[in-house]
Design a protein around this ligand. Structure first.
Ligand code: KG4
Ligand code: ZN
Length: 349
């Protein structure tokens, strides 16, 4: 089954074609240069840029895949969560292609696309433990099926990618912050600064990153523009995030330890922050100690892309799950039906 995927939820315009687990094409136009001067994504600029680039990108993705619209079996476009203007661009385009060519259409959830990407790249079987860490989200989930998620914990404030981006901005490293901080960190001493590890040692597997960001801001205020400190600060910050992930993983592992009909034996890391080598390696080591197979898609499939969206289309259509032309764009769209369960757990603990 050949599926076209379209992704426009944030600042990447992306189109891809998959044939089952084979990626025939996977094109991403990054708007980084357009948003760079503002230090973050400007929704209006993003929406206009999607309009400008999407049709050419789809044409190129189809050409690279060497397929015509009469050879594809379905279309999937990200419908949320994300920036509403951009979502409407991709969703409308996806619906139009499906309508004109009489193809099944899937309105994909962006978080679901990250969550299922390990099944595209590694064929991972349900159920598995997922750490989804991106620019807008941070969650531990049990993935039981294509549309069946149980959230174990989430962030109480910022997402880790957001923290990377804000810290990079403070340090004058530009946007997006994750790759820039990782680059600087390779020459730095991760023990130079004792940064906080928010919620470490606490019950549950929720996250908090805003205190860490403030701690970096205080150091920057004290030391000003001292360039010698940059690498050490980046390394210390990255190390603090990795430490938090490892601590929270221990608790997530304990939460899923209860007897289940099918035991969970894999940890999947997904989302843009999953591209970070230090974080990948720390989680990989800890997962092995906890008897979990560690699975992480290649970096270009951790950050936003349309192959993962096409894959949601493939999985959904295979199960007969398709959407009508009335499917709405949704700025907010949590994966699990109980979004506030974690807050009660933290208050009691
Ligand atoms: O998944 P993604 O591409 O978009 C969202 O759905 O949010 O994630 C983007 C986030 C950005 O905040 C970016 O700074 C972060 O992922 N990121 C990284 C790295 N590459 C991207 N963070 C840390 N290390 C990286 N190498
Ligand atoms: Zn994403």
């Amino acid at each position: 089954m050949i599926v076209l995927g379209i992704e426009t939820s944030c600042d990447e315009t992306a189109a891809a074609v998959v044939n089952g687990r084979t990626i025939l094409s996977n094109l991403v136009y990054s708007q980084v240069a357009e948003h760079g001067p503002y230090g973050g994504v400007v929704p209006e600029i993003a929406a206009r840029s999607h309009v400008h680039h999407l049709d050419t990108l789809i044409k190129d993705a189809m050409q690279e895949a060497n397929v015509g619209f009469n050879q594809i079996d379905g279309v999937a476009a990200t419908a949320g969560p994300g920036l509403i203007g951009g979502l409407m661009v991709g969703l409308t385009m996806g619906k139009a292609i499906a309508l004109v060519h009489n193809l099944p259409f899937v309105a994909a959830n962006h978080l679901q696309a990250h969550a299922l990407s390990a099944r595209l790249t590694h064929g991972t079987r349900f159920p598995y433990l997922l750490l989804l860490a991106s620019g807008g989200h941070c969650q531990f989930l049990v993935v039981n099926g294509v549309s069946n998620y149980r959230r174990l914990g989430t962030t109480l404030d910022d997402a880790p990618g957001e923290a990377f981006d804000k810290v990079a901005r403070m340090l004058g490293l530009g946007y997006p912050g994750g790759p820039a901080i990782e680059e600087q960190a390779q020459w730095g001493d991760p023990k130079r600064y004792q940064l906080p590890r928010p919620l470490k040692g606490r019950k549950g597997c929720d996250f908090s990153f805003s205190g860490l960001k403030t701690a970096v801001a205080n150091i920057v205020a004290k030391h000003g523009e001292d360039k010698d400190l940059l690498s050490d600060l980046c390394a210390s910050f990255q190390e603090a995030i990795a430490d938090v992930f490892v601590d929270r993983l221990d608790n997530a592992r304990a939460l899923i330890n209860q007897p289940q009909s099918t035991p969970i034996d894999s940890l999947v890391l997904a989302g843009g922050v999953g591209a970070n080598k230090c974080i990948r390696s720390r989680l990989s080591k800890r997962a092995a100690q906890l008897n979990l197979n560690f699975i992480v898609p290649p970096a270009n499939l951790c950050t936003d892309n349309a192959a993962m969206v096409a894959w949601v289309g493939y999985e959904s259509i295979s199960l007969g799950l398709v959407d009508g032309m009335q499917a709405p764009a949704r700025a907010r769209w949590p994966l699990d039906p109980e979004p506030h369960v974690h807050l009660e757990r933290i208050d009691n603990g």
